[in-house]
Design a protein around this ligand. Structure first.
Ligand SMILES: *Cc1c(COP(=O)(O)O)cnc(C)c1O
Length: 395
């Protein structure tokens, strides 16, 4: 088998060996329940407390504003359903965007069935929301604005600071799904006026199935899971001690190395983008050119079917995605690509390549070479492409 070239870091990332080492003792040596009274449990309690302090410090929050969850999806559900319930008397309206992750979108759709009115903001061709449209959408009964920090498909970073300022000015709570952002770009909750935030360990080289939910102390949502008194009685269930320890370790490593890593990753990514746009005819970059996650490249190729592209890249040992991992298996084009105005047939020919600090220039050169050959081959079999070329010759 050839070398595996993993270019799907928006779907999940490799666990770092240091993170695994930090977790290991809490599997093999101290397996205690941190809520138990005996001395043996003190080590795991201390580890969970320290993890909370570490993560709080990294986003400029207080430790008692951090709640450990089972990941990004749970944190998103908590923010949105929790607000809908807690503020039912204030209002029935919330604002989000058309390009959110399904953890947000499907939660909103669920609430719509229960009578909540949801405004889904449009985005422009780069995937940016309009601040004017956001402000216009706010009503006296708006209880929440939930807008993602950075998009998982096209990498566009939303104007979070300005969104936070608008929310604050109108006295509306602001939640952001920062699952793609935290550990990759600076995230400070006070500076950005964020009231609630979702993050997930496996998107920054931590373990799967663990995340955190930041909730400002002034926001008082009720319990999300009922049961024991864990997480200040708001999220019951025995703490996932190894997961929490691993997440904190991964978060610290990600934030400490961010400046250096993001520069390096962006340089490799930019080389990939330049090569693809220059060497693959009828290709286009999706997402904002500058306001963009450092590790994201998303292209569309006319006359290409995304699934075929992925299968042929896979045969070369390249792991890529056509949108989000969650939608693969369905034939619907990505809601994000439709929202930025791509027609159905072009949205189908899209490819997302997401890098990590381990991705080398050789890796992306191999990917660009492979892509060029595969696109050429697929087009040579496409009657649509043949017609297109013929018509071009006539004009
Ligand atoms: C991956 C992802 C999620 C879901 O996180 P899980 O931890 O896998 O539940 C939510 N939002 C965004 C933007 C994501 O990229």
């Amino acid at each position: 088998m050839e070398k595996l070239i993993y270019l799907d870091n928006a779907a999940t990332t490799a666990l770092k060996p240091e993170v695994f080492e930090a977790m290991k003792p809490f599997f093999l040596e101290n397996y205690s329940n941190p809520n138990s009274i005996y001395t043996f449990a003190q080590q795991s309690k201390k580890a969970v407390d320290e993890a909370r302090e570490t993560i709080a410090a990294l986003i400029g929050a207080k430790p008692n504003e951090i709640y450990f969850t089972a990941g990004g999806s749970e944190s998103d559900n908590w923010a949105i359903k929790g607000c809908a319930e807690a503020f039912a008397s204030k209002g029935k309206h919330m604002i989000t965007t058309k390009i959110e992750h399904h953890a947000v979108l499907h939660t909103c759709e669920y609430l719509e069935k229960k009578g909540v009115e949801v405004t889904y903001l449009d985005v422009d061709a780069d995937g940016m929301i309009s601040l004017e449209q956001l402000e216009q959408a706010i009503r006296p009964d708006t209880f929440l604005i939930s807008i993602m920090f950075a998009n998982n498909e096209i990498g566009t970073i939303e104007p979070v600071r300005e969104i936070g300022a608008i929310a604050k000015k109108h006295g509306v709570l602001f939640h952001t799904d920062a699952v793609q952002a935290f550990g990759h770009v600076p995230v400070q909750v006070d500076e950005l006026n964020i009231d609630m935030l979702s993050a997930s360990a496996h998107k920054f080289h931590g373990p799967k199935g663990v995340g955190f939910f930041y909730m400002r102390n002034s926001v008082k949502l009720g319990a999300y899971l009922h049961g024991g008194a864990q997480e200040r009685s708001r999220r019951a269930g025995t703490s996932n001690v190894p997961g929490i320890v691993g997440m904190a370790k991964a978060a610290q490593l990600a934030v400490d190395g961010m400046e250096e890593h993001s520069k390096k990753i962006a340089a490799v990514r930019d080389h990939l983008i330049e090569r693809v746009l220059a060497e693959v005819p009828f290709s286009k970059l999706n997402g904002h050119r500058e306001q963009r996650l450092p590790n994201n490249a998303n292209f569309c190729f006319r006359f290409i079917e995304g699934e075929s592209l992925l299968i042929m890249l896979d045969q070369k040992g390249i792991c890529a995605s056509s949108g989000s991992a969650c939608t693969s298996g369905s034939l619907d084009p990505s809601h994000v690509l439709l929202a930025i105005g791509l027609p159905h047939e072009i949205a189908h020919g899209s490819l997302r390549l997401t890098l990590s600090e381990e991705t080398t220039m050789e890796d992306v050169d191999f990917a660009a070479d492979s892509l060029k050959a595969i696109v050429e081959r697929l087009r040579s079999m496409s009657p649509l492409y043949e017609d297109f070329v013929k018509n071009q010759q006539h004009v």
